[in-house]
Each structure stands twice: as structure tokens, then as C-alpha cells.
Write a protein that binds this ligand. Sequence first.
Ligand code: NAP
Length: 280
Amino acid sequence: MAKIIDGKKISQEIKAELKEKVAVLKAAGKTGALAVIQVGEDPASSVYVRNKKNACAYIGIESLAYELPESTTEAELLKLIEELNQKEEVKGILVQLPLPGHICEDKVIQAISPKKDVDGFHPQSVGAMTIGEKGFLSCTPAGIIQLLKRSDVDMEGKHCVVIGRSNIVGKPMALLMLRENATVTIAHSRTKNLPELCKQADILIVAIGKPRFIGAEYVKEGAVVIDVGIHRNENNKLCGDVKFDEVESIASAITPVPGGVGPMTIAMLMSNCVQSIEED
Ligand code: NAP
């Protein structure tokens, strides 16, 4: 049976460490707020936004909520971001994605000052990560690195297969694994012989976005399996991209859904906020 990598516990440890850090920074007169912008009322986005505000409250930083109507224009949103870029007390700006179809997400991401880009999506942040310079790391992949490190999974020299090449998960994930000296293969929808390729992985990171896609035939005995996917099944229960029940008996360690990668994303967002307050 695989060891269960407990993202809930590890994310709580990280948030507790951040809480202590925030107290020390406050005592030294260093404070700051995270601005959280939501456009429209997508229920899933509302849950994420609420969790982010709660995490801010827990670690002791202020969150400023901007709940804008669905009808908000791109120009109005860009104007708000520009105002927040100028506000001294705002150290981080987060725009909850996805945005309504009439607003260009790339334009919005690029409007956020890289100094306040706590999601790590700005091209400058991505570029800095690519060449190993200082900057904000994309939260979900950075959270996965923390999960692996804090579970004593050795990455150096290991073959890591990342399934998925999105800008927010797959690509930054592959780059961060490379930074940890893993040998990295990126697979995507055009990859041939996916099961055979995945079966070569010592560490398999799955970010396909398809419920219960990866079964036993994709996993090598003793591999570490990280499931990034989040879906609701027909019974309204959360599940991942991996058939947990099948893979658990083959892998040496595995993340569950829920309680694996999900909680780490918010913990790393908080970590980026604290970094921003610290460095200002
Ligand atoms: P995405 O943008 O839809 O990307 C999915 C990737 O999977 C694409 O690169 C796609 O390849 C590849 N893919 C799709 N079908 C495939 C197949 N049959 N074989 C091989 N590759 C295939 O999704 P995403 O934003 O990266 O997110 C992935 C999953 O993670 C989703 O379930 C999402 O909800 C979840 N997620 C979770 C968190 C968290 O905090 N836990 C954060 C972000 C995302 P192509 O590029 O060729 O199309």
C-alpha cells in the first residue's frame, strides 16, 4: 500500500510557519494586504476566493475583496488593477480565473505589476522561473515541490513524467522538477504510447483535467504519483485524474483528492504574499 501524501497536513504546517513569520514581520513594522478580485459569481470561484480570504485571516495578513459584476468591462478591470499596482499597502494582486469571455485573461495577467504577481502567472515571473532567477513561483507546481520535499521524496536524477503542458500547471511543473535535478518528460494529448511512457516514471505528475483517466496500466511499481486533477463525479464527490483505488496498491506514495495538491496551492499563494511583504 502506498504512503498517502497528506496535503492538508503539510499545507497546515506551511501556513503555521507563515503565521509566525508574519508576526515577526509585523513586529518589525512590515505589513501588507492581498487584493482578491472576482468578476461574476461562478460558484467554484467563490469557494476558492473564500478559502483564500480565510487563509489570509489565518496567517494574519489583510485581504481586500473586490467582487465585481459579470458585466464589468475589460477596461474597468484594467483600471482597478492599475490603481492596486500603485497602492503602497497592497503587496499582492490576485484575479480569480476564469474570467468572463469578454475579458482577455492574458491582458489582465500582464497588467498586474510583477512585484505583486503572487499567482506567478505574469510573463516576467514565468521567465524568471525559467532561468532560475528570483520571482514568484506558480502556486500549484511550487506546492507540489513542497509536498515532495516534505515527504522526503528524492527528486535528483529521478525520471519524472508530467502529463499536461498548460501554462499554469504542466509547463511550470516540468521546469521546477528540472530545477530539482529530475530528468523530465512532458506528455500531452499528442503523445504516443502514453501508458508505456508513464510506466517509466519514478515520479508521475498527472495534470490532464480528465476524471479518473490514469489507472494501474500507467504506473510503475513503487512510483510516486501526484494527482493534480479536481473534478466532481456523478455523486457530487471530488475525484482526481487518477484512479486512486487502482493505483494506491502499486505506487510507493500517492496524493489523494481531496486533501492532496489542492490545499497546497493556497498555502503557496500565502507564501508568495509573505515573500512580497518581506522583500518590499
Ligand atoms: P488544461 O489546461 O486543460 O490542460 C490539460 C493538459 O492535459 C493539456 O496539456 C492536454 O494536452 C493534456 N491532455 C488532455 N488530454 C490528454 C490525454 N488524453 N493524454 C495526454 N494528455 C492529455 O488543465 P490544467 O489547467 O493544467 O489543469 C489540469 C487539472 O488540474 C484540472 O483537473 C484542474 O482542475 C486541476 N487543477 C488543480 C489545481 C489545484 O490546486 N489542485 C490547480 C490548477 C488546476 P494538450 O496541450 O495537447 O491539449
